[in-house]
Design a protein around this ligand. Structure first.
Ligand code: PLP
Length: 415
């Protein structure tokens, strides 16, 4: 099911053509489909029917308030990694009581804010964090609900930069140390042990590593029960992959099947933290061809979006499909699709066969996740406008920045 379809030779988002969106709002623009967001969330919800479960959307994938609000209305919880993300969730109408707080370096101020807001759980990633959280909770007269994020040492078979569950990663507590640390947690006066958490990586296409991690987590939960530590929830993290080109991608129910089987009959609530799989395929980056520069070795198509708008190709060598919005008359040719930023790494796609002319619109597909949230103002480029399409209506959910706003917080030396 695609919410992006070609009608009369023009790519549409739901019932609106991308050419109309470009004419109304300009480019570059991130364009999202509400129906696609809803369908992705409901795929999890349906897969979890009949189970006591909570889907906590990983805010870092796309933290626009309108997107958080769409998920909040569908009943989502949220996985946050900063105090800033907590503030966003609350501003978007999310329930702090459904928030889990992940991350290896939570500051004292962030811990305090999350305790005051009454979040569901801290996913604690080290012994030092546990002790600090206990002290901070004591200082404000609260109990901190915690899970330990355990590193199951499973190879997720994904890109090394987005693999997080191996021993060599900075994330989580070593599996062997978890039991001891749980005993310590249980003994701390201002800590309440609630759960057990893991997250092994991102863009996972094979359900087997997630199932292997789940098996280890369940084994550990049983050992903890033998120690008298009874958990109220098990958090299996996020990481389910999406289709960027021709990968075979499991559906949410296929991805979760093994975990659901392993946990059948257990009392703990099940938590999941999907990010990419809820938003990735729900967004495109709409851009215009500024300059065509054919050459003897390579042809360059310079577009008005760049690595500052979409960092994934430059950062991970990630592939995003790039398509012409309108079927044109030009001869198809092979193009290096690059931005105007002064870096050789500023590319959006290599060797793409496209029939394009100057001024044509392109859509960079599957950019709803880790697109806008990783964007920057490098080269003093205002960030893209964000538009959320709902049927035939387009809502501006983040206006385009002006250049003066980019240096509004700066000042020169006096005198
Ligand atoms: C990034 C992250 C997620 C979401 O990962 P996706 O691959 O986008 O699903 C979930 N949990 C934690 C702890 C994360 O760091």
């Amino acid at each position: 099911m695609s919410f992006f379809s070609r009608r009369n030779g023009t790519l549409h988002v739901e019932d609106l053509s991308l050419s109309e969106i470009a004419a109304r709002f300009g480019t570059p623009a991130y364009v999202y489909s509400r129906a696609a967001l809803t369908a992705a969330f409901n795929a999890y919800k349906n897969a979890l029917t009949g189970r006591d479960a909570l889907v906590c959307y990983a805010v870092k994938a796309n933290s626009n308030l309108a997107i958080l609000n769409v998920f909040a209305r569908l009943g989502a919880g949220f996985d946050i990694v900063s105090g800033g993300e907590l503030a966003r969730v609350i501003a978007a109408g999310g329930d702090p009581g459904k928030v889990v707080f992940s991350g290896v370096g939570k500051s004292a101020a962030e811990m305090r804010a999350a305790l005051e807001a009454g979040i569901l759980c801290f996913n604690v990633e080290s012994a030092a964090e546990l002790e600090q959280l206990d002290e901070i909770a004591a200082s404000i007269g609260k109990k901190a609900p915690v899970s330990l994020r355990v590193n199951p040492n499973v190879d997720p078979k994904t890109h090394p930069y987005i693999s997080t569950g191996l021993k060599s990663n900075k994330f989580g507590v070593a599996f062997e140390d978890a039991r001891t640390l749980y005993r310590r947690a249980a003994a701390l006066p201002n800590i309440e042990v609630h759960g057990l958490d893991c997250h092994i990586g991102s863009q996972l296409l094979d359900p087997a590593p997630a199932a292997e991690a789940a098996e280890k987590i369940l084994g550990l939960a049983d050992e903890l029960a033998a120690d008298g530590i009874h958990l109220s929830h098990l958090d299996f993290g996020g990481g389910m992959g999406i289709q960027y080109s021709d990968e075979t991608v499991p559906s949410a129910s296929e991805y979760l099947a093994a975990i659901l089987k392993l946990t059948a009959g257990r009392k703990e609530k099940l938590l999941f933290e999907p990010g990419r799989s809820l938003v990735g395929n729900a967004g495109v980056l709409l851009t215009k061809v500024e300059v065509l520069k054919p050459g003897s070795e390579k042809n360059f198509a310079i577009i008005d979006a760049a690595m500052n708008d979409l960092m994934r190709p430059a950062l991970y060598d990630a592939f995003h499909d790039i398509v012409a919005v309108t079927d044109g008359k030009a001869q198809p040719q092979c193009w290096e699709v690059v931005g105007p930023v002064c870096e050789s790494g500023d590319f959006l796609g290599h060797a793409r066969k496209l029939a394009i002319e100057t001024g044509d619109l392109l859509a960079i597909m599957s950019t709803g996740a880790y697109g806008m949230t990783m964007s920057s103002n490098y080269n003093t480029r205002p960030r893209a406008i964000e538009v959320l399409v709902d049927g035939a209506h387009a809502h501006v959910v983040r206006r385009r920045e002006s250049v003066s706003e980019l240096f509004a917080l700066e000042s020169v030396l006096p005198g």
